[in-house]
Design a protein around this ligand. Structure first.
Ligand code: DAH
Length: 335
């Protein structure tokens, strides 16, 4: 009898382990615990056990019944609390990868620009986004009431205080606080009171550059910007400098490179011209040196500025710069 009890116990323990559904649990109950189940039928056999062994056998059988009931109850509780797992679950299937996120394309672009200029010996400086008229305009040779001020629609905080319209005021701050030689870039956010469209935003990023020393020439400006453009846009690009106007540089220029999408043949990105404008630049105007107390007879220098959204849009072939600010993950995942 004891052997039979032990065998049934083993069977109970083994079978409860493979129960994963309510139906299997019910089958288990009918097989072992029901009135005509295997446990009950052993109780029926008890009458055939010789009298001296009966008490022991009875004790073991009771233990078996309790144990079986407990296993059943535990399993019933765990089936209720765990969400139903399909019997067809295949744990060998590969997991689903979570998207970890990446650096924003504008910051990738900015990092690349920074690392190229740092590699050429430039430092990095920054300045406040809330500026005064002096740093944003006057010291940069924007005369009062001169139409040049209209080039940039300004958000004013107060009569003399404004959200900087470009990163050029950081040039003034760097020169006010340092003596030449200066070679530094100045990345940062700028603000303009402009209607938002596919090509313009009211808040965007620029990188400014400034080099001041004795004997700096326009050819150094060209050489530096060409090295930058070759590293950033590709070594086969062709380029040109077009005369332009900025109040703080004289002469001023804009740098174009051959459109790397159509290779100069003309496409939507370059508006059929074959050329893409990538930055503004020029030789620092002597009046700017005077504003910061530098002797314009002693020092010369060059400056340049470019918009990051525009640069990133050119680089990645994005035709609407608003996309950079919508933060749609389907867009961001492509970078
Ligand atoms: N500040 C100019 C702008 O916002 C960009 C620029 C052009 C900066 C020429 C410069 C420069 O330093 O030399 O449009």
């Amino acid at each position: 009898m004891q052997t039979k009890i032990a065998q049934l116990r083993q069977q109970v323990e083994a079978e409860i382990g493979s129960v994963t559904t309510e139906d299997q649990l019910e089958a288990f109950r009918i097989k072992f615990l029901a009135r005509k189940g295997l446990v009950a039928s052993l109780f029926d056999d008890l009458k055939n056990v010789p009298a001296p062994e009966k008490p022991m056998a009875g004790k073991y059988l009771n233990e078996l019944r309790q144990r079986t009931q407990m296993l059943f109850d535990e399993k019933a509780a765990s089936l209720k609390s765990t969400p139903h797992v399909s019997a067809q679950l295949d744990p060998t299937l590969p997991g689903r990868r979570k998207f970890l996120g990446t650096k924003h394309p504008l910051m990738q672009t900015l990092d690349e620009i920074k690392s190229i200029f740092v590699g050429m010996g430039f430092g990095i400086a920054d300045g406040p986004e809330i500026e005064d008229d002096w740093h944003n305009f006057s010291a940069l040779n924007f005369p009062p009431d001169h139409p040049a001020r209209d080039m940039q629609d300004t958000f004013f905080v107060d009569r003399n205080i404004l959200l900087r319209t470009h990163t050029s005021p950081v040039q003034i701050r760097v020169m006010e606080n340092n003596t030449p030689p200066i070679r530094t870039i100045m990345p940062g956010r700028v603000y303009r009171n402009e209607a938002v469209s596919a090509r313009s935003l009211c808040n965007f990023y620029q990188v400014e550059g400034l080099a001041v020393d004795v004997g700096i020439t326009f050819s150094e400006l060209k050489g530096t910007l060409l090295s930058f453009a070759r590293r950033f846009y590709g070594k086969d690009i062709k380029y040109r400098f077009r005369p332009s106007f900025f109040p703080f540089t004289e002469p001023s220029a804009e740098m174009d490179i051959t459109c790397f999408i159509c290779r100069g043949k003309g496409c939507r990105m370059c508006k059929q011209s074959g050329w893409l404008e990538i930055l503004g630049c020029g030789m620092v105007d002597p009046n700017v040196f005077t504003s910061v107390g530098y002797d314009p007879e002693k020092y010369t220098g060059y400056a340049f500025g470019m918009g990051i959204e525009r640069t990133a849009a050119l680089l990645y072939g994005v035709d609407d710069i608003r996309l950079f600010y919508e933060n749609d993950v389907r867009f961001l995942r492509q970078f």
